[in-house]
Ligand binder design. Structure first.
Ligand SMILES: CC(C)(COP(=O)(O)OP(=O)(O)OC[C@H]1O[C@@H](n2cnc3c(N)ncnc32)[C@H](O)[C@@H]1OP(=O)(O)O)[C@@H](O)C(=O)NCCC(=O)NCCS
Length: 195
């Protein structure tokens, strides 16, 4: 069971079965498809959403948080996979599905909470993600959270008539320790009831 964290703007909590219709909506949105998969036409069936949900619940190397506002309204998701405790890494993805909340700090707040979880509670060494080069808002958000560019995979996808690159970004536990003191976050609380 994943813990629940409260930040300045959002709450991060484990996905529940009741969230799946909303997750399905976000997964089938063409702008989300563009930013998350470089494929605006990507569609996901409800069966596939349910299959992934079961995987998140049973596979300790992956999981999905729902991002809610402080009033509990669900606005997005933050997932991870390839969480390998022995080598101390995992990979993240994030999507604010409710677009009216883009560019207002919600995504960065959620990401900072996730970094607190992975570095302080799970004790990882490094957290990684990939972002397409055209996704300048996401790159700006990740930089605010301490991610730095580790490498570039060239011509990874062909979108709207142009090749785009995948930017590989990461933040380490030592970088996180420096940044955390600057963020002045509300110390998240962990709801471990039932875990
Ligand atoms: C990526 C995402 C999670 C970021 O969360 P967010 O809440 O929108 O981001 P924030 O508001 O915290 O930070 C975005 C920063 O980019 C800036 N920004 C906003 N729009 C921008 C744009 N079009 N281009 C460049 N920068 C932009 C903002 O000003 C802000 O920086 P600032 O705080 O210094 O002013 C969110 O936008 C999202 O889910 N987008 C759709 C899906 C997606 O792109 N997922 C990531 C796939 S790798």
């Amino acid at each position: 069971m994943l813990p629940t964290y409260t930040g300045k703007l959002v709450i991060l909590r484990e996905v529940e079965a009741e969230d799946l219709p909303l997750v399905w909506e976000w997964e089938n949105d063409s702008e989300m498809g563009l930013y998350l998969n470089a494929d605006p036409g990507k569609r996901m069936s409800m069966d596939e959403v349910r299959r992934r949900y079961e995987q998140y619940r049973t596979d300790p190397t992956s999981g999905l948080f729902i991002i809610t506002k402080l009033d509990s309204q669900s606005i997005g998701m933050l997932g991870f996979d390839r969480l390998y405790r022995d080598i101390g890494t995992c990979r993240l993805f994030i999507g604010i599905g409710d677009k009216q909340y883009w560019g207002q700090g919600y995504g960065s707040d959620a990401m900072r909470l996730a970094l607190q979880y992975f570095f302080k509670d799970v004790s990882l060494e490094k957290v990684q993600l990939s972002v397409y080069d055209f996704n300048t808002r996401a790159i700006a958000s990740y930089r605010k959270c301490g991610f730095e560019v580790e490498g570039v995979r060239r011509n990874i996808a062909y979108v709207h008539g142009e090749w785009c690159d995948s930017i590989e970004m990461a933040v380490t536990t030592s970088q996180f320790a420096v940044l955390e003191s600057l963020w002045n976050l509300t110390r998240p609380w962990a709801d471990v009831a039932g875990s």
